[in-house]
Design a protein around this ligand. Sequence first.
Ligand code: MN
Length: 445
Amino acid sequence: MLRAVALVAALAQAWVPRPRATPKPLSHLRPHAHLRPPTRLRATVERSEFLYAADIEAHSATLASTLAACGRDDRAEMASYADALECESEYLRPSGRRAVRYAVEVAFLAHRGQKRRSGEPFVTHPVEVAKILARTHMDRDTVVSGLLHDTVEDTDLTFGEVEAMFGVDVRRIVEGETKVSKLPKMARELPAADAEKEQVENMRSMFIAMAEDWRIVVVKLADRLHNMRTLRFMPPRKRAKISRETLEIFAPLAHRLGMWQYKTELEETSFEHLFPAEYAALDEAIARKRTTVEAALEECRGTLETMLMDDVMIKGRMRTVSIEGRTKSCYSTWKKMQRQQCGIERIDDLVALRVVLKAERPEAEADTSLCYHVLGKVHSTWTPLPRTLKDYISSPKPNGYRSLHTTVLVGSQPLEVQIRTDDMHRVCLLYTSPSPRDATLSRMP
Ligand code: MN
């Protein structure tokens, strides 16, 4: 059972991940990597076919006629989306991966011929939304709903057809998606509707949806995230409005739900659109700071890596320990400056070293004692600065954020070190899966 600790060091994109200390056993390889070695040509031909043609024809006459009109280019395009998603959804069970493939085919046919403002095929949007959801290991129905979230609103597909093909949960999420996006528009059409009213309405629709199934909100957040990534294709006036809404409603919602990855990117993109000058200045200042502390960061990382590699407490209990530098986001730096009424030079956690412990077995993630063990190691190697230790493990932040923070002197450079388990690091929803069946579909956080 004992497996040497593999230390993965990736300092943002600046460092190349180190090779694992020991090769993984075969069982860890992707099943299809060695179990099914079909000839390359046959695999390609099979892959670019609509594998669910029969099901699609059985459930939707409209999709069936689109399918009949599809040529070789269509099939190749569809297969490229399916391939991209398959890479991201390896954490799902085979049945889940099959459902995702089925949904790619349905979404492709439903949106065929539609274009986004960017000129790209519309289907690239739901595919990207599903990728975002898969990267945060959402369950099967959430990823499938990401693929289908715009189909009923923008195409001929009906809720009944969605349910017949993907079940009642997917129908509920897609239906919720449609409702959430309609409510603010309805509020806008009211003669007396001002901006404030609209936001109240937006908030209200979000909470109603969340009460029904929180995955509706998760898909909505992923949808918004991709729309923010492609916001430059919108007219400027709309850009500001959407950015403000994102910053005031969606980012705080992601924050409350503990979905850090979504939250940070939602904030950064909207901040960049709303305050381009401030964003650029902070971005540059943070990059400069990073260069200044680079040496200290690298020294600390290297020492810690060697130390933890040989640590008897960690060996066998932790699968990987990732040690990487993280830079504070522009928006949270800006907010901290506003809060503390100070300049950027007073913000001392612009750059920090983040240690993430990934347990051998998922249930061991609950064991937080190793975080304190690593903290002890850090404090016995470098001098901690007084009053900088923050224990968000024993007293989590209101949004559920858990981690140990401490600032130590590396040479003459103060450096913040953050220690947490992978469990704390991942998307950590406050809500649990609505039914036990869903919980077994994938590793819901
Ligand atoms: Mn959408």
